[in-house]
Design a protein around this ligand. Structure first.
Ligand code: NDP
Ligand code: MG
Length: 398
């Protein structure tokens, strides 16, 4: 983002200690005259947060608990010590702080909803990684962005790719509901580490196998979501909210090489794709600088070594999470919130080896069937549905 003055853009990075947070900091490191880390949040990793404070000298930090705050304080020299705040209210306050114009929403899961909404309500430029926030509260978030004038830019690689495949005019409005020149959006998926496995084979897979993604290096929750393909389901919902599309206008295509990050097909037969090596620094740098471009540190592809690019249809029997997400989207109301919450609980239980891999879709499916659906008109209604679904899931873990 180019500013009128030569002053660097003041950034707030929520989830700075995570995978997306670290990729964002690497871009700031490479573009120090354009961006400055003014504030950040981490939850439990105080060793990394101390390193962030020493290198970037942010003025304000939010952490998850008082003991983490004390640990961070003790590990920093007084001339580096930021203002340290604790907890969810502090996150909301930081997200709305007018001293930062741009915020990267990279907290994982439902925990990121409130702060993302707070930044959107404050009218900021919000770079959205936290897809769960949009899945839970798509209508509210998009409405809030319209009211406040916030600019919502996707950094999930597929959505950033779709954005890049749009004309300048469409990029400025992002509402494709009336875009008669567009035939469909093609959301690519790697298929994850278990692509090609049958339902029976998937009964035996372990957390360490599921965490081992063939192309992307990511945090644990999204890695498991990629293995179950719930990630693609959440992304389909995310795409529908971001670009105001219906589920039938988005086709999921398995593309195991993760080189094409998504595509837009136009009515004249043109299919525009955004390509590049699978490295989240590309979409983050794109969204930070849009409509300009900045260095990201991502290497050039070696075309002669790329090999064939292949495409196939998703296997909805072995990977029912994608289908469940589409069903939740069409049911509307609190169904996507329930899907997301039960999935979060199930993923944690799978990582802790309490349930099997295929119990994740089973649990989500049972929860959706048990849900008395109602509209998700307020944050309170959404958080109540989230709590109900988490309690239901914990009771039904097996
Ligand atoms: P990580 O697990 O690597 O990082 C999560 C971040 O959130 C950490 O900073 C963590 O703090 C913080 N955090 C965890 N729990 C809480 C909580 N209860 N309250 C406040 N902060 C919390 O996740 P990723 O970076 O992989 O993913 C972040 C988001 O971006 C997710 O929504 C994911 O779906 C999305 N995304 C990620 C991609 C990727 O390549 N990684 C790609 C596209 C989207 P700490 O570590 O200090 O405890
Ligand atoms: Mg993605």
């Amino acid at each position: 983002m180019r500013t009128d003055t030569n002053k660097p853009v003041s950034l707030c990075v929520l989830g700075a200690t995570g995978s997306i947070g670290q990729s964002t900091l690497d871009i700031i490191r490479r573009n120090p005259h354009q961006y400055r880390l003014a504030s950040a949040s981490g939850f439990s990793n105080m060793k990394l947060m101390a390193d962030i404070c020493l290198e970037f000298r942010p003025k304000t930090i939010v952490v998850g608990s008082n003991s983490n705050a004390a640990q961070l304080k003790a590990s920093l020299p007084s001339d580096v010590l930021p203002n340290i705040m604790v907890g969810n209210d502090a996150l909301d306050e930081l997200a709305a702080d007018p001293r930062t114009s741009t915020l990267v929403a990279a907290i994982v899961g439902a925990a990121g909803l409130s702060s993302t909404l707070s930044a959107v309500r404050a009218g900021k430029r919000v770079l959205l990684a936290n897809k769960e926030a949009l899945v839970m509260s798509g209508a509210l978030l998009m409405e809030a962005a319209k009211e406040s004038g916030a600019t919502l830019l996707p950094i999930d690689s597929e959505h950033n790719a779709i954005f890049q495949c749009l004309s300048d005019h469409r990029q400025r409005h992002c509402d494709l509901s009336e875009a008669s020149e567009i035939k469909k959006v093609l959301l690519t998926a790697s298929g994850g580490p278990f692509r090609g496995k049958s339902r029976e084979e998937l009964l035996q897979v372990t957390p360490s196998q599921a965490l081992d993604h063939p192309n992307w290096s990511m945090g644990p929750k999204i890695s498991i979501d990629s293995a179950t393909m719930m990630n693609k389901g959440l992304e389909l919902i995310e795409a529908c909210w971001l670009f105001n599309l219906q589920a039938h206008q988005v086709e999921v295509v398995i593309h195991p090489q993760s080189f094409i990050h998504s595509m837009v097909e136009y009515i004249d037969g043109s299919v525009i794709a955004q390509m590049g090596l699978p490295d989240m620094r590309t979409p983050i740098a794109h969204a930070l600088a849009w409509p300009e471009r900045i260095l990201s540190g991502v290497k050039s592809p070696i075309w002669s070594q790329l090999g064939p690019l292949t495409f196939e249809a998703p296997d909805l029997e072995a990977f029912p999470c994608l289908k469940l997400a589409i069903e939740a989207l069409s049911a509307g109301g609190i169904a996507p919130t329930v899907l997301n919450a039960v999935n979060e609980v199930a993923v944690e239980a799978f990582i802790a080896e309490q349930i099997s891999f295929m119990s994740i879709p089973d649990l989500v499916s049972e929860a959706l069937a048990a849900t008395e659906n109602r509209s998700a008109v307020s944050v309170e209604a959404i958080m109540e549905a989230d709590s109900w679904a988490r309690a239901w899931a914990r009771q039904h873990l097996k």
